[in-house]
Design a protein around this ligand. Structure first.
Ligand code: MEV
Length: 338
């Protein structure tokens, strides 16, 4: 029996620059320590089988000559479209069985689609024994996301591949890993799933109607992301927090925040956070807050953090995640078999 190859990729949280990144501004993204796992097994038939319960699908099969047609279930589109693209440049006669499993819900806005696409691509190339580097992975995954979703800057794909914390300019023009040490962030979930493509289109419509105003907001976001990069590199988290507050004000002006996000941000700051903002497209998903970090007083830092966590837990859902996680990787079974 053929052995499966398993790869995993992390979810992500945007720290700075959402929406503006779609129009060429930089953003800063960090990978979270919750992962999406994909196992690919060559099945010896001309068939593509997929089971992705966490993406809303339990059993799906297709002949590999008919991949990528219209009307695919959303959960499988990224994987099926990528496989079709792969077969166009690496024709195969044997199909695959694909099984996915996730540490996190696709509702959080951690980027389950991009993590699934990246983990699948890594497992797929490895299963067929075809070498692939990070740049090639990025190209095929980002093209797939664009084909399926129509919009997107690709920052989530880069984060799933490189991991850590990245300074990113679309479309992969700059992918700079930032060495930041531990990020003292508290993460809260609003309980509402954001509809990213709709929000991106909404901002595009604002920009079409009021180009000067929206471009002005994007320029300010560029300045913030640039300053945040410097502050993160020297571990100046007070400035990071201040810049998050500034970025949030601009996101409010863009019209993508929500009452729940605003409430969680306010509660975090009232509880002592150095700054807070929404993370991602807005409308829901998660917010992040900078917990005070006193280099010479770790106990005080911990006490302050607890206060913020308690407040977030009271008004939303506290997410226990660490940032700066490792990018896509083969899991042990796959490493041993290669
Ligand atoms: C969504 O998580 C972030 C956006 O900037 C869209 C994108 O960059 O693809 C709104």
């Amino acid at each position: 029996m053929a052995l499966g190859i398993t790869a995993s990729a992390p979810g992500k949280l945007l720290l700075f620059g959402e929406h503006a990144v779609v129009y060429g501004s930089p953003c800063i993204v960090s990978a979270v320590n919750q992962r999406l796992f994909v196992t690919v097994t060559l099945n010896g038939e001309n068939v593509f089988h997929l089971s992705a319960p966490d993406l809303g699908l339990t059993a799906y099969s297709k002949n590999i000559d008919t991949l990528g047609g219209k009307g695919l279930p959303t959960g499988v589109r990224f994987i099926e479209v990528l496989y079709k693209r792969f077969l166009a440049t690496h024709p195969q006669i044997r199909g695959i069985d694909v099984v996915t499993k996730s540490d996190f819900s696709s509702s959080f806005g951690f980027g389950s689609s991009s993590a699934a696409t990246v983990a699948f691509a890594k497992a797929l190339f490895t299963a067929y024994n075809i070498p692939v580097d990070k740049r090639r992975l990025f190209e095929i995954c980002y093209q797939t996301v664009l084909e399926v979703q129509g919009v997107g800057s690709g920052f989530d794909v880069a984060s799933a591949i490189w991991g850590g914390t990245l300074y990113y300019v679309s479309p992969g023009k700059v992918i700079e890993p930032l060495v930041t040490g531990n990020l003292p962030l508290v993460v809260g979930y609003t309980g509402v799933k954001a509809d990213t493509p709709t929000l991106v289109r909404q901002v595009a419509e604002h920009r079409r109607r009021q180009p000067k105003i929206i471009q002005g907001l994007f320029s300010q976001i560029t300045t913030i992301a640039t300053r945040a990069r410097e502050a993160l590199l020297v571990g100046d988290f007070k400035t990071v927090g201040f810049l998050m507050n500034e970025n949030q004000l601009l996101l409010n002006e863009l019209g993508v925040s929500s009452a729940k996000l605003d409430l969680l941000n306010k509660k975090a700051v009232e509880a002592g956070a150095w700054g807070a903002k929404l993370s991602g497209a807005g409308g829901g998903d998660c917010m992040i807050a900078v917990s005070p970090m006193y280099k010479n007083d770790p106990r005080q830092s911990k006490t302050e953090r607890r206060k913020i966590e308690k407040e977030i837990d009271c008004y939303g859902e506290l997410m226990k995640v660490d940032l700066g996680a490792e990018g896509v990787r083969l899991e042990e079974d796959a490493k041993n078999n290669n």
